[in-house]
Design a protein around this ligand. Structure first.
Ligand code: AMP
Length: 551
């Protein structure tokens, strides 16, 4: 029997119309490169976005046209988020931290025909431009001064265009957005989001046990709009009418804390490296910022160390929401929250739960699988590769048949993360498959060691990675950044870890560095440390021999 309900397509048009008609007085605030604040309303956003859509159409942008954006987080980028899909075209957010050759490769691979570039990022685009073959129009967003001659100015482009639009009829399964994953090896892989996947992801993200976004919220995405759609926050805000605050290019702890306090932000999101810096600054300046409006900081992209979660809660009364996701999943996959029967647990037990990556958000399914392809038990101890499926999980990479082996025959995506899953359904990431340390044939979790090290009062950041060892094949080495004015020795750090780990898990040495290299998304770049220290232990004639690995 056929159901008798409307088959109304899930498209981004609906979100845009909702914001325009219901929330026209709510604010969008953006910080410009010169630190000034630009303010306007969703009413202004709606009208300008429709003007943009009309202007795009005039230039031949139509269903399926790829349109690149090379922009910081700000209101014009938000207009592009909705104006491009409004005419059926595909919003392709470009990672502004990539090398220009890689940027050009991605633009050519996606076949972007139009690119929107912040004036402050024009030097980067200019470098890439020589290798770009597909782009016909470059539009400049004049963020830090007037548009130079020879480019189309964004404001000129939209000026005088109608503030109404006849939307094309779009299949909800049509492409709405594209994002390339910033892999450390091989060429980047393109993920193509559909209207349907974004709408469903948005609705699920806003539910009470996920991010609980409402019209009363003020959202500040620190995570860049090129990193998996700023984890969906711009879409969440437009659906609900929440006030939006964009930091522009200023992502240092001081500027962020000023903005969080000034705009009374309620929910913010970013990678752990951002929050490590913020916690350190807060610790050194207690009481300087009024963060009483802030109800949550979503931390994901890499593991949130327990000391970070605990430090914010104990010393500043602030809640970290630990989340896990991937570019391939729009990105939200799991989120750590306490279940009701855990309410009476002591602080240590609660922290243990909140430090895990969490349980899947509604409509996402997870399993973990052994080398032989068998699904593993949910006992909180057995490690295997995490696989996921759901309505906002990629089913293939764009024009990339070589990566077909990332998808299983029975319809799951292989995440490349090594996890345990417990009987309550909480996942815990022990490593990225490529970062796993195999010492004498046994796995050592670099994430566990890093989390523990970042609990030492003198340690600002720690990164544990595998280096070659003549006897054990690989051994862990720790790179450590100390907090300002602090000193500690390698022996101190070893003693600090010793009570919590088997002896053979302890890093063979600790190297003190000024900074840990970052990926373009702000995560620790282990590959670079591995290359730099590859022969560190081999060369050390006095390399200590660990005990025989044991289970
Ligand atoms: P990306 O697509 O660049 O966002 O990278 C996705 C990958 O980041 C995942 O497969 C994980 O390896 C890692 N990741 C994301 N969130 C977390 C988290 N909360 N804890 C540990 N790793 C994470």
């Amino acid at each position: 029997m056929e159901g008798l309900m409307m088959d109304h397509p899930l498209t981004l048009h609906y979100l845009l119309e909702r914001a325009g008609s219901l929330f026209s007085k709510n604010e969008v605030v953006s910080r410009a490169p010169d630190m000034s604040l630009h303010r306007y309303t969703y009413g202004d956003f709606y009208r300008r976005t429709l003007q943009l859509a009309n202007a795009l159409r005039k230039r031949g942008v139509t269903e399926g046209t790829r349109v690149g954006t090379l922009c910081w987080n700000h209101y014009r980028h938000l207009e592009l988020y909705f104006g491009i899909p409004a005419v059926g075209a595909v919003l392709h957010t470009l990672n502004l931290r990539l090398h220009h050759s890689q940027l050009a490769w991605i633009i050519n691979h996606a076949e972007d025909q139009v690119v929107f570039v912040d004036r402050s990022l024009l030097p980067l685009y200019e470098q890439a431009r020589r290798e770009v073959h597909t782009v016909q129009h470059v539009v400049v967003l004049p963020d830090d001064g007037p548009t130079p001659d020879g480019y189309i100015d964004y404001e000129d482009l939209i000026r005088g265009e109608p503030q109404t639009l006849s939307y094309p009829t779009i299949d909800e399964r049509a492409a709405a957005g594209m994002c390339y994953t910033s892999g450390t090896t091989g060429n980047p892989k393109g993920v193509v989001y559909t209207h349907r996947s974004i709408v469903l992801h948005t609705v699920a993200s806003c539910t009470a046990d996920a991010l609980a976004v409402s019209e009363n919220d003020t959202l500040l995405p620190v995570v860049p709009m090129f990193h998996a759609n700023a984890w969906g926050l711009p879409f969440d805000a437009v659906l609900t009418g929440a006030k939006l605050v964009f930091p522009g290019p200023h992502l240092d702890p001081l500027s962020l804390l000023d903005l969080l306090a000034h705009e009374r932000v309620t929910l913010t999101a970013g990678v752990p490296t951002i929050w490590l810096g913020i916690l350190d600054l807060l610790d050194r300046n207690p009481g300087r910022w009024d963060l009483s409006a802030l109800r949550g900081m979503v931390v994901g992209g890499s593991a949130a160390p327990p000391a970070l979660i605990d430090g914010f809660r104990r010393r500043h009364g602030l809640r970290v929401i630990h989340a896990w996701g991937m570019t391939e999943s729009d990105p939200l996959g799991t989120l750590a929250r306490l279940k009701r029967h855990m309410a009476d647990w002591d602080d240590a037990a609660k922290l243990e739960v909140l430090s895990k990556q969490g349980v899947p958000v509604p409509l996402v399914e997870l399993r973990h699988v052994g080398d032989d392809g068998r699904v593993l038990p949910r006992d909180g101890a057995t490690m295997g590769e995490l696989q996921m499926r759901g309505p906002w999980v990629a089913k293939a990479y764009y024009k990339n048949p070589e990566a077909a082996d990332r998808f299983t025959a029975d319809g799951w995506f292989k995440t490349g993360d090594i996890v345990t899953i417990d009987e309550e359904g909480y996942i815990r990431i022990t490593d990225r498959a490529k970062d796993v340390i195999k010492s004498g044939g046994e796995w050592i979790s670099s994430v566990d060691l890093e989390n523990a090290l970042m609990g030492h009062p003198a340690v600002l950041e720690a990164c544990v990675f595998a280096v070659a060892h003549p006897k054990w094949d690989e051994r862990p080495l720790a790179a450590v950044v100390l907090k300002e004015g602090m000193t500690v020795s390698a022996d101190d750090l070893r003693d600090f870890l010793a009570p919590h780990f088997a002896k053979w898990w302890l890093p063979d040495d600790f190297v003190f560095v000024d900074a840990i290299p970052r990926t373009s998304a702000g995560k620790f770049l282990k590959a670079e440390l591995r290359d730099r220290f590859q022969n560190y232990l081999v060369k050390q004639s006095s390399a200590r021999q660990p005990e025989t690995p044991r289970r």
